[in-house]
Design a protein around this ligand. Structure first.
Ligand SMILES: Nc1nc2c(c(=O)[nH]1)N[C@H]1C(S)=C(S)[C@@H](COP(=O)(O)O)O[C@H]1N2
Ligand SMILES: [Mo]
Length: 508
């Protein structure tokens, strides 16, 4: 039996292990998962270690306890990776056993955190996949090379050295990139926390806007419950002092505003409901917030759009685009704004920090540009925006909508008089009537809680009489001076769903 060097095996284990760690770390940073996998495992170690031991360690290490712990876990991992490779010289399956065990520990560590989300597990899975695939590749490069037959580098098969070396270098790049993304985000998060915005208040919803029926959606949507839609892979991290907005194109005067200049113009605040064109009938992609920002009509007036322009092509820092009707932005009455705050706090990073556009009465995909940095005054005939290219309508005015929150679909209620309640919206136009129909019967009017503005949704509620058995409740809303909401069913594509929301339930 020829002499088998164990060095390539040990290196294969190390390189594979480190590459998997780098992938998972990178993904954790990009997905803004709370902790990188190694940190999550370190936290698990603390959790399963007896309290006295932890206290002694903290007392001993003082403020270095966390770096020391994470460093120890990392060192242990490196040793395990090398061992896994080393053992593979004997039995090919050893690394797979060790990598699987480590993956399981990683999953357990994430599961042990408070309220883990499904996405929190992705980095672990990606790291595990990297381990399995990569070790397979390196293993083949070692075993497929008959000793002494191929070119050697430092006593190792040259092709193995090349692949392992490239992988290690890539892992380094991936790891360093992940770190800079993570640090950038943390820095901007801190800037955001320390920001004090003059004129931003945290307004409470007006009491009369609430219908007072339990189980209904809150009239004001907290920022962390607000739906989020964007194409950004990593949330853009923009320092306010580095932000500026350039308005150009078909204008008399190009205008550039910095963050400070924006604040100096003075802020306006209003309740505005934002919804997504891809929200199905009865769906959750809608929210209502108290927005603070600067009126866009004023800023555009400074730029003086030229006759013939009918559109504004907005571009975000990450290159997403949308086309907004110019008149919706210049119409003072509509109240389109460059928003800097949501519900009394600077915009969350996910919702466009430091500045986004909000236009009452238009779907988000044609108007609500997050991380907005560029506005080109132009013509619809001269460009196509991100979603328009993909088959969605060019203009995107919101359609009237209504939703049943109470009773819940497929729920059971006591026969008799039961509460019914939900939301209705037609931003910029308003809602003045809501009706429900039980089991296909006549439409019965319910109460609409008055909203302070047509730009926000309303809560509606009332009661209906139900006997024992299966029931179907429908809802439709009406805007002032218009026909009731249509029951014709249309898909969200290309410009928003139509049809009545219906809820099936059972009475006992
Ligand atoms: N930069 C950027 N802005 C964007 C989007 C995007 O993908 N990128 N999506 C739009 C869409 S489709 C909607 S519905 C709203 C959603 O805003 P929210 O995530 O703050 O709720 O943002 C809009 N603004
Ligand atoms: Mo959207």
């Amino acid at each position: 039996m020829p002499h088998v060097s164990r060095l390539p095996w040990l290196l294969a284990g190390l390189v594979t292990g480190v590459a998997g760690l780098a992938t998972s770390y990178f993904l954790a940073m990009v997905l803004t998962v709370r902790d990188s996998p190694v940190v999550a495992v370190s936290e698990l170690v603390v959790k399963v270690t007896p309290g006295v031991v932890v206290e002694h360690a903290i007392a001993l290490l003082q403020r270095n306890d966390k770096p020391v712990l994470v460093g120890t876990v990392l060192a242990l991992l490196l040793a395990l990776f090398a061992t896994a490779g080393w053992l593979a010289a004997r039995h090919w399956w050893w690394p797979y056993v060790i990598f699987t065990a480590l993956g399981a520990v990683g999953l357990a560590a994430v599961a042990a955190q408070s309220r883990p989300q499904p996405v929190d597990f992705l980095p672990i899975l990606a790291g595990f996949a990297t381990w399995i695939v990569l070790f397979g590749v390196l293993r083949r490069l070692i075993t497929d090379t008959p000793p002494g037959q191929e070119a050697q580098t430092a006593g190792l098969p040259r092709r193995f050295v090349l692949t392992a070396g490239t992988t290690a270098a890539l892992a380094l790049v991936v790891g360093v990139t992940g770190r800079s993304i993570g640090l950038g985000r943390r820095h901007v998060e801190e800037t955001r926390r320390l920001l004090r915005l003059p004129g931003v208040t945290n307004k409470r919803p007006p009491a009369q806007a609430r219908i007072g029926i339990s189980g209904i959606t809150p009239w004001q949507t907290p920022a962390d419950a607000f739906y989020q839609i964007d194409t950004a892979i990593a949330v853009p991290t923009i320092e306010p002092r580095e932000w500026s907005l350039r308005i150009h194109g078909m204008v008399e005067r190009e205008v550039t505003v910095t963050y400070q200049q924006l604040l100096d113009r003075g802020l306006e605040q209003q309740w505005i409901t934002l919804n997504c064109v891809s929200n199905p009938v009865g769906g959750p992609l809608i929210g209502n917030a108290w927005w603070s920002g600067v009126r866009l009509a004023d800023i555009l007036a400074d730029a003086e759009p030229r006759p013939g322009a009918d559109a504004v092509k907005q571009t975000s820092q990450d290159g997403w685009t949308c086309g907004t009707p110019l008149e919706a932005l210049t119409d003072v009455g509509r109240g389109a704004m460059l928003a800097v705050a949501m519900n009394g706090s600077p915009l969350p990073l996910e919702h466009g920090f430091p500045v986004r556009t909000i236009v009452p009465g238009l779907y988000g995909y044609v108007s609500a540009c997050k991380w907005v940095v560029d506005m080109e005054v132009t013509r619809f005939s001269d460009f196509t925006a991100y979603w328009t290219k993909r088959g969605w309508g060019e203009k995107g005015p919101v359609k009237i909508g209504s939703r049943i929150d109470v009773p819940r679909p497929d729920s059971e209620v006591q026969a008799g008089r039961i509460n019914v309640a939900g939301m209705a919206w037609h931003q910029h136009v308003g809602i003045d009537r809501v009706e429900v129909s039980l089991d296909g019967g006549p439409w019965q009017q319910v109460r609409v809680a008055p909203s302070p503005t047509p730009n926000s949704w309303v809560q509606w509620g009332g009661s209906v009489e139900v006997g024992p058995g299966e029931h179907l409740l429908r809802v439709r809303a009406t805007s002032p001076g218009e026909d009731p909401q249509t029951g014709v069913v249309r898909d969200v594509l290309p410009d928003g769903a139509t049809g009545w929301h219906a809820v099936q339930f059972r009475a006992m």
